[in-house]
Design a protein around this ligand. Sequence first.
Ligand SMILES: [Cu+2]
Length: 492
Amino acid sequence: MRRLTVVALSLAVATVASAHIGSPNVLFDGNAGPYPVRVIVRPPEVVPGLAEVIVRVNATDAQRVLIRPVFWRTGLKGAPAGDEMRRVAGQDRVYTGQLWLMAYGSLSVYVTVSGARGSGTAIVPVASFATGRLPLSPALSGILIVLGALLIAGLLTIVRAAVGESLVPPGQPFDPARRRHANVVMAIAAPVLALIIFGGARWWRAEDQGYQRNMYGSPAADPTVTVDATHRTLRLAVHDTAKFQAIYAPVTPDHGKMMHLFLMRVPQMDAFAHLHPTQTDSLVFTGEVPALPAGHYRLFGDMTLENGLSLTVTNTLDLPDAPGAVSPSDSDDVWIVTPVATHVAAGAVAPLGDGFTMSWKGEASPLSARQSTDLHFVVRDAKGDVAKLQPYMGMAAHAVVVRDDGSVFIHLHPMGTVATVSQELFALRDRGDTTSDGRLRAGALPGAMSGMSMSGELTFPYEFPKPGRYRIWVQVKPSAQVLTGAFDVDVR
Ligand SMILES: [Cu+2]
């Protein structure tokens, strides 16, 4: 009985499986045609469930905002019609709406803004998967057990009355023979009822197991480091965990790289590297680990699949000493050995090296969890002027946010948490450049971004998922070299 109620009320918890660990909300800064928008998607805790969508249009002439869930599997053709978003009272540029996420998989929210200047659509990839089950609280299960016991007792009483007292003609006594008969029938009914309850529990357990088979488990990454006279090579073998197959499409390059691998020494969080191992087998990535000191490291590897799904794998590894100077295996590899982390405060300035600085222009610490915020930085040159940036892997800046216990990781860009390549893959799919099973047709490779600001004024939209101490590494290229600024931020 108890197991039945416990199982019957276990609910599915789902989070998005995009390039993050523990940071499910999706933020996007970009354009829907002529209209600049910020889109926030807060995925539901249960699937099927409602995703909350907030759209802020930075224009006064928008008239309608539509949201539409588009699954990769079905494409735009198989997607339901859009829902019109509601304008938030008192805030004429902010719209809210909700979308039913009914299935698991790679999905995008299509946000269409229309107004006097025409209409345009922003694609916001939000892949939804079930990742856990909510436990049933002891208080609620106690109440349900009591109510269930009352129901069973009531049903047995009804059975006994139906074959006993209710058959006694008016004015006649309830004689012992009838009473015995009623008791016998009730004694037969009790095990029948128990069987029905047992069968129900078994049925639900089967449902629950089926659900758990579809639950998302972050793919595992097994690191091995080999050292010889001139190399310190990290080999990362990625594989699906448990029964759920998350990696059901080939890996595709994001910013031109098959994997973005971040290493940080723990617990100090000092030495930090952003590396790009090459794909040496379908799910094996291999690369050199340059000048990082030996120690215990946490690794986070970002990869994107051809079906638009972005995944992050994580693990820890012990890095042995390098045999000497190890040359990096990718020219975009960047590492920093002892960054001075600057605690964010009004006017906090982090040295970047080469005479450049990066200052914090966001809100004063502590920031609030579960609220959209701007991580706002300004890069200045030695003269104090706002620096002009060069693209580093197609982006003005890359930021990595990690909670000090490693439970939160996200790779951000000024456009937010979404991977550009995922948006491009959905756009390609809409144009019919992919096959139904999600393979890119030959030659249909994602193009480059255009219209990006390369100013040293940087804004990363983000929502911290929970309170704690976070470190933010921001990577920019104001000169020939990629420079990294490190900031610590407290979130309450
Ligand atoms: Cu990046």
